[in-house]
Design a protein around this ligand. Structure first.
Ligand code: ZN
Length: 437
């Protein structure tokens, strides 16, 4: 559960009931942002359309989106899964600067290699700075300063932080953002055997993160690109609007990005000669065995047990959070809206009183206060809107459980409980409240 610092408001200032704990709860009348019946025409992907329609994100300029309060809540839950899974493999969180000096980048050669994809700036004294697109240089530089002995290895560090890549095309909405959030992890080892272990551990952690987000992904052989290194795997999700193409061998099951020369001259699998199936995908994660490219260039060395100076062996690992959010929406929706997987839903309960009568509203207010006190994560539709509007928004926003109170139900002491996408049933309000609270 997040601390009060992330509280999104139980009501307008001064409306909060005395003594209620600060919990992840909000009233729709005070929610910043609103839902939309139709997605803007430029939003082509269903996940992108849902993000805009449900009020999770808003585009402010080409390639840059604001995450709105509901989107931010979902992002925080994804982050919580990431922190949890990385803690399980002993990774430690740190944070490196976004604006970086060009020095280390010039030493690795990437200041030139990145070309126009890297946003370059100058400070007031004309020093060359850049907005970091990734952080291998910063981590190698930290390792150079902090690590001197084999006794300090292995190490595994990560951050969840903003990156910037000056992409030429920005048509892809949340899929192709210039400014985006990334989980980036870095392993530091004494030798390649250590790197192999870290690479497998982080790969397994990434697969658990994707599984807990209920995203079906495919691991594919990939090309290392400007990152360099010996071995690399990308995690992809299928999407008709994806920009990558994966080739899967029908015979041996090998999967590779079409950039990699999986196909031989005849368009068949280079490993076994089997037929290849192509699918459009979105890349959401990538793991690399970097080796010593960065530590050699930057001078990140340690003294071995035998007293020899050796370069630290590095790996780097990343997942794009907005792309992961997009993949969740692409894979979890129906014709009416989002169907959130339980562990990443912005909130758990959507409380909806309908009708003009006072009784349903009073019962809803009382239930809302109880749920607040019990620490439940509730979105409360306290608007004076028609039932149709409220129920359409509940389906669009797609929280796991909808609680409906009508005048008839309130009079009978009942509440309608409906799992999103499931079957509604009327239950005794007191019994349900007892179970939920
Ligand atoms: Zn094959």
């Amino acid at each position: 559960m997040l601390s009060g610092g992330f509280l999104l408001g139980a009501g307008r200032h001064g409306q909060r009931s005395q003594g209620a704990p600060e919990e992840m709860t909000m009233r729709l009348t005070t929610l910043f942002g609103r839902t939309m019946r139709e997605a803007p025409a430029e939003a082509e992907q269903i996940g992108h359309q849902l993000a805009l329609r449900a009020g999770l994100a808003r585009q402010l300029q080409a390639g840059s989106f604001a995450l709105m309060p509901l989107g931010m809540l979902a992002l925080r839950r994804i982050e919580a899964i990431m922190h949890d899974e990385l803690a399980r493999i002993g990774a430690q969180e740190l944070r490196t600067p976004i604006i970086q000096s060009s020095d280390a980048w010039e030493r690795t050669g990437r200041y030139a290699d990145y070309g126009p994809l890297m946003l370059r700036v100058a400070d007031r004294s004309g020093r060359r700075l850049l907005v970091a697109p990734t952080h291998e240089e910063a981590i190698a530089d930290l390792a150079r300063r902090e690590i001197s002995s084999y006794r300090q290895l292995p190490a595994l560090v990560y951050q969840i932080h903003t990156k910037y890549r000056d992409e030429l095309r920005t048509k892809g909405g949340l899929m192709r953002m210039r400014e985006f959030t990334m989980l980036d992890a870095y392993s530091l080892d004494a030798d390649t055997a250590g790197l192999d272990l870290a690479y497998r551990a982080v790969g397994a952690a990434f697969e658990r993160i994707l599984a807990r987000c209920e995203v079906r992904s495919v691991a594919a052989e990939a090309s290392a690109g400007e990152m360099g290194g010996s071995e690399t795997v990308e995690y992809h999700v299928r999407s008709a609007a994806g920009e990558d193409q994966l080739l899967t061998c029908a015979a041996c099951g090998h999967v590779a990005n079409a950039e990699v020369s999986l196909a031989d001259a005849g368009g068949r699998c280079a490993r076994c000669g089997g037929a290849l199936l192509a699918a459009q995908t979105i890349e959401i994660g990538h793991i690399f065995k970097l080796g010593t490219r960065y530590s050699d260039a930057i001078g990140a060395r340690y003294q071995s047990a035998a007293g020899r100076e050796q370069p630290i062996v590095m790996g780097s690992y990343g997942i794009g959070l907005e792309r992961l959010l997009l993949a969740i929406l692409e894979q979890h929706h129906d014709g009416a809206g989002i169907v959130w997987p339980r562990e990443v839903a912005p909130l758990d309960l959507h409380l909806v009183p309908v009708g003009r009568g006072a009784r349903a509203r009073q019962a809803a207010e009382a239930l809302y206060e109880d749920l607040l006190r019990a620490g439940a994560r509730v979105l409360y539709d306290d608007r004076d809107e028609a039932a149709g509007v409220k129920l359409a928004d509940a389906d669009l926003i797609g929280l796991p459980t909808r609680l409906l109170l009508s005048e008839r139900l309130a009079e009978a002491g009942q509440i309608e409980v409906r799992p999103r996408g499931g079957v509604a049933r009327d239950v005794e309000l007191e019994r349900w409240r007892g179970a939920a609270v």
